[in-house]
Design a protein around this ligand. Structure first.
Ligand code: F6P
Length: 588
């Protein structure tokens, strides 16, 4: 049994918020050590029975539920008239909902079938590319967006993803499904046991996430609802569900939808064995990814150097891999308090290739300019040797294009790297040119795989996701944005993050919750004294103000422990480049 599974390990926290004992010292680890810790954490996703009360991915009950859900999808695929499969979530969960819905609609299109998948992301399409944390707190918005997507439909399989079993947006949607069983079958996907689902009252609602999850659990016994919630272990960086939570979401949804497609279109009935086998393939893909430990460490080092020197990291991607770059980059703002320009993603073909519901978003601001052309016009001219560029592609992409873009980058910075996937052992001529341009390349050679198969591509995507997550997190660790294994510059921009920030203050200061919340509020509002006007506001209002506040947790922590004014703390923090070192120096 792992230490985190013991009932007295951080007992008040759900698995998704616990700190992982494996990464306690990740803030002091070398790049290669960081990769090793991520590898061990990711391996926890696939851990078999551990003798605790936690359900795991490979447990019989979980596999059976996956098969049941796959059969429901199969029914819709065979008779799509007036039917829909809706994938929905917030933040990374919503981005993956979009990604997976798009990928499986694409495969339906190739088969000349009716498209049945729709996605919903809290905050709309802007949230695909930038952090929009506030809508996550709005259950009514969730319900209304579900209603809108499903207008006129007679049968809907709704799959709500909330890794922490926590987002009110998704709770609102599930509650709506439960009220309309004649149309909706709800599926909840997350990675905490039901009794650890969030039980905080939701303003204006009679339900909490936990009460909705419990209602679902009851209905699940009669197959009128489904609950998929194996534990995958705590995240490497506490609460950062974009990592294991996101990876497990991708695995589960792809396994379910692939099984449904095979049953509907290739005469391969859904079976537990097939599901298990498919999951084992993902396990192998994760293992194979981490065999490149030194290559990944080199990327962390380069990206970390850029961030430390106020430079930038650009992901230049092709095809679906590019969207994984966009997702990874978009998460760095709420997770590390990063600026959008610190780590940016770009996709060949821009919005045409993204094919999102709301179409091109470039007019919404520079962070929405995502095409390679945007990189060429806005980033390349100012690129210097402080910046790092990562090319992300597969053998299916036009390698000459990669060479052309890479050559332009190489004229500006020597810090150019590549991540690519292939099945052919023989390297294409252009690949040799790319290798010459790059400081180093992560060359994933998937021997024995069938290149055209969708499932192989899904594994390449997962592998890319893991690499990018490790690189962006590792680079921010080197920049000093992590303390032990906590994100110390987390944004308090919704109720979950506000609570997480308060808890972090409690943990690091040892002070009472009320004192910590007070210190947090002072930092958010930039006020050494809290007025009645401030204290009478609710968390939603605080979270909104927090959007414009910087370094709230470090400010709150130092002023709480030293008694210094916020102004004093601010200038002392500014004098020190590395936030983590500053905290260690300034704290008594
Ligand atoms: O609130 C921000 C965030 O934590 C994102 O980082 C995350 O992807 C999203 O919420 C969704 O969380 P969950 O899947 O647990 O609802």
């Amino acid at each position: 049994m792992d230490e985190w599974e013991s009932s007295d390990y951080e007992p008040s926290l759900p698995v998704s918020e616990k700190s992982n004992p494996l990464t306690r010292d990740i803030d002091r680890a070398s790049p290669s050590g960081i990769v090793g810790m991520f590898e061990a954490c990711d391996a926890q996703m696939f851990q078999r029975e551990t003798g605790t009360n936690y359900q795991r991915l490979f447990d019989n009950q979980v596999v059976t539920t996956l098969a049941e859900v796959a059969k429901r999808v199969e029914l819709i695929l065979k008779d799509p008239q007036d039917s829909l499969v809706v994938l929905s979530g917030c933040g990374t969960s919503g981005r993956l909902a979009f990604f997976i819905a798009s990928r499986f609609n694409e495969s339906l299109k190739q088969l000349n079938r009716t498209l049945v998948y729709s996605y919903i992301i809290a905050g709309g399409d802007s949230a695909l590319l930038s952090s929009q944390e506030a809508p996550e707190d709005d259950p009514e918005l969730g319900m209304l967006s579900l209603q809108k997507v499903c207008e006129g439909k007679k049968r809907v399989l709704f799959i709500g993803v909330s890794c922490g079993l926590s987002a009110p947006f998704v709770a609102g949607q599930l509650d709506f499904c439960l009220q309309h069983p004649e149309v909706y079958t709800p599926v909840l996907l997350g990675f905490n046991p039901t009794h650890q689902a969030r039980d905080e009252p939701i303003p204006g609602c009679s339900f909490t996430f936990r009460s909705v999850a419990q209602r679902l659990q009851e209905l699940a016994q009669r197959r009128k609802a489904f609950l998929i919630n194996p534990a995958v272990g705590p995240e490497a960086i506490s609460g950062s569900s974009r990592m294991k939570g996101g990876s497990a979401t991708k695995i589960v949804l792809e396994v379910v939808l692939s099984a449904a497609h095979a049953a509907a279109f290739s005469h391969t009935p859904v079976a537990n064995d097939g599901i298990l086998q498919h999951m084992r393939e993902y396990e192998r893909a994760v293992e194979m990814t981490y065999q490149h430990r030194e290559g990944i460490a080199a990327l962390i080092e380069a990206a970390g150097r850029s961030l430390q020197n106020e430079g930038s990291v650009s992901y230049l991607g092709w095809g679906p891999m590019a969207f994984l770059g966009l997702i990874d980059a978009s998460e760095c703002n709420p997770t590390f308090g990063a600026d959008y320009a610190d780590i940016r993603g770009f996709i060949r073909g821009g919005y045409k290739d993204l094919n999102n519901n709301e179409g091109p978003l470039s007019s919404r601001g520079p962070e929405f300019c995502i095409a390679h052309e945007d990189f060429l016009h806005h980033v390349l001219p100012g690129l210097t040797d402080r910046d790092t560029v990562l090319l992300i592609y597969t053998q299916s992409d036009d390698l000459q294009e990669v060479v052309n873009l890479g050559s332009k980058v190489r004229e500006k910075t020597p810090n150019i790297y590549a991540v690519h996937h292939r099945t052919d052992s023989a390297e294409a001529l252009q690949q040799v040119s790319i290798n010459e341009l790059c400081s180093s390349t992560l060359d994933f050679l998937w021997r024995g795989s069938v290149p055209a198969s969708g499932s192989v591509f899904h594994q390449w995507e997962l592998s890319t996701k893991l690499v990018l997550n490790v690189v962006s997190t590792g680079a921010h660790i080197l920049k000093g944005k992590i303390y032990q294994n906590h994100m110390i510059d987390v944004q308090a921009t919704n109720s979950k993050l506000y609570r997480r920030a308060t808890r972090l203050l409690q943990k690091l200061s040892g002070r009472a919750e009320s004192e910590c919340e007070e210190a947090l509020l002072k930092a958010i509002y930039g006020a050494d004294k809290l007025t009645k006007e401030i204290t009478s506001c609710d968390i939603t209002a605080h979270a909104q103000v927090a959007r414009n506040a910087k370094k709230v947790v470090p400010l709150a922590l130092v002023s709480l422990l030293t008694g210094c004014s916020l102004k004093q703390v601010e200038s002392r923090l500014e004098q020190r480049r590395v936030l983590r070192d500053a905290l260690e120096e300034l704290l008594p």
